[in-house]
Design a protein around this ligand. Sequence first.
Ligand code: PMV
Length: 388
Amino acid sequence: MGEVKSAWVARAPSNIALIKYMGKSDSFRNIPENGSLSFTLNRLCTVVELEKGVRSETDASSLRWLPEKPCSEKLTLDAESDAESPTELEQWLRVPSLGNAGISRMIRHVERVREAARARYSEFGIALSDDLPGERSASWILRSANTFPAASGIASSASFFAALTMAAAAACAKEIEAFSQAWERDSAFRSFLAGISREGSGSSCRSFDGPYVEWEGEMIHRVESKLPELAHFVLLITEQGKEVSSSEAHARVKGSPLWSGRVERVTARLARLREAIRSGDMAEVSRLSWVEFWEMHSLFHTSADPFTYWQPATLALLQQLSGAVKSSAPPIVTMDAGPNIHVLVEATRASEWSEKLSHWMGGGKVLRDSQGAGPRLLFPAGARGARG
Ligand code: PMV
């Protein structure tokens, strides 16, 4: 009744791992078997809006996902658009179409953020809101939009959970200025939010900084780099969803004979990659990333219950790229748990590479992105008054 609309909108990018998180030591809290290191993207991102609705006297539930608008193709933004302005985004934000399990996962995550805020906000000088998400107000509405093209096969859980964590964490603060100050000035606060996000979706914690982020156990930190600025391409091999989820893959790899020794090998590789990034040795980064993604896919291919994400076109392109990685100015090539191939090249050579990759793709889609620095709160802070 006459209540002013309160909403928190956050945007968070996806990230692509060069050293992979594959295999969990604690699947309840998403603690990895080994450290990983990733490159944070910029435009390939998710925007989440958490809106506090008007309380209804009779409503007992505390968090609701109202299917007020059907999800449609328009759920996704064009990857070429900048997705910067909250007013522009508002027309795209939709209540995600989720089953019961998906809805419970979202609710559990907002509750996780709320409880962590309650336990630790005072350490960061942030006073708690009088109306924490999911507590007193009857209806909290979640809307989201991806900048990935529809059904691109690009995983959105990392960017989604990072954006949801950020929006919910902002909604837990009484004063948004205190939240923004902690976010901007205190790296421990960034790491704290990344840790909450990790419990929702493991790899989302690496989206909290950038462009190079290392994740070890419960901690993340930025890795200093002397590499040139990089451009990022995704070769979209198929637009179909994957048959084996990453959660399933984390479990199944342990049934591979190659799992034995994996943690020691990947730990040594991570140390070498960190050094190569710090010293700006692009050829070494390319070599280590190449070996690492082949090793992860070999674990998939040799697990007790083997599976593959590769399509015939994946192999054809990898053949082309295997020549390129032996050149004097090699690209960084990697793959996630999917059929698409990610290629990182010096930004100054992006046009030349864009042409080459499009030619190899023979008309197939190639997405282009750049290096990013992590999530941002678009509203209330930093919204430049666009939502009044
Ligand atoms: O965060 P999850 O559980 O979706 O696992 C991600 C696993 C990979 O994307 C395959 C590797 C990684 O480190 O991101």
